[in-house]
Design a binder for this molecule. Structure first.
Ligand code: FES
Length: 283
């Protein structure tokens, strides 16, 4: 399976389908508020992994009830809950998928295909159950669960091996040693301007607003874009930095993500000013 997934990662022939699907997703999911909602921006976490709990949980529960006597009605209800709830979960997944790197999109495409097969089989299972053919409904349900399990395995590879929608900047914290680190005189820091500095070879951005200074990891949580090269914009009365790579936007007074594709907040470091010198440390 690992070798197969590696081949999928490297198979650029999948891009012909993937590019077309990506264009369709981007053209369909246009409103920024909708994209942000589906990325999980209001939560500060990606939404898709949370949403898939509903169909997966319902389908597994339906499979358990299918082998118990007298539970046809409950199994049918759970099959319906799983099939219907898979649709918004898939839409959230597609929204995340469209902002991934090419190798991640290839694996994501196969993940989506396996899950589409699962939804199709469960829709067939539901139709069979409604028409009284419960044995066929059970068989199609088991086949659907197998396809969904394959989809989940591929999704695990996408998240844990390829790091899709995982906070890409957080591992930088492990490179910073404990204790306070000097970042320069306050007097030398200009107001409302992005400055880049380093703490133990980890790049951070500094943004001064009045007597406060925000110190945030420079790597964008989405795909490691250089936030220090981003544009500063005012959004809803807050100064924000816009990532130059895909436009994820983070508040400069707390790191909260304001616009995706990042579903994760920027990592801010605690600061203090001692004898006119700005210092930062690990949270
Ligand atoms: S790297 Fe993608 S938005 Fe920053």
């Amino acid at each position: 399976m690992r070798a197969l997934l590696t081949r999928i990662e490297q198979n650029s022939r999948l891009d012909r389908v993937g590019d077309r699907l990506q264009r369709a997703v981007l053209a369909t999911l246009r409103p920024q508020w909708l994209k942000d909602l589906l990325h999980g921006v209001p939560l500060g976490h990606p939404l898709h992994p949370a949403m898939v709990q509903v169909p997966v949980g319902a389908w597994i529960s339906a499979a358990v009830l299918d082998v118990m006597p007298g539970q046809r009605r409950a199994a049918t209800t759970l099959t319906a809950v799983g099939t219907v709830s898979a649709v918004p979960a898939a839409v959230a997944g597609l929204n995340d998928w469209a902002a991934l790197s090419p190798d991640q999109r290839r694996v994501g495409l196969v993940h989506a295909a396996a899950n589409s097969v699962a939804v199709g089989l469960y829709a067939g299972s539901l139709a069979a159950r409604f028409s009284g053919r419960h044995r066929l409904g059970r068989t199609l349900g088991m086949a659907g669960l197998s396809a969904a399990s394959m989809g989940a395995y591929i999704g695990g590879h996408l998240a844990y091996k390829q790091g899709a929608q995982v906070n890409q900047s957080i591992s930088e914290l492990h490179l910073i040693s404990a204790g306070w680190h000097e970042l320069g005189d306050m007097a030398s820091l200009p107001q409302r301007q992005l400055i880049t500095r380093e703490i133990d070879d980890v790049s951070v951005i500094l943004y001064r607003h009045g007597d406060d200074v925000t110190v945030m990891l420079e790597r964008c949580p989405h795909q490691s874009g250089p936030l220090g090269q981003g544009e500063v914009q005012q959004i809803d009365g807050h100064d924000c930095v816009v990532c130059p790579w895909h436009g994820s936007t983070f508040r400069l007074n707390g790191g909260e993500v304001v616009h995706g594709p990042s579903g994760n907040d920027g990592q801010v470091l605690p600061t203090r000013i001692r004898n006119g010198v700005l210092e930062a440390r690990l949270p």
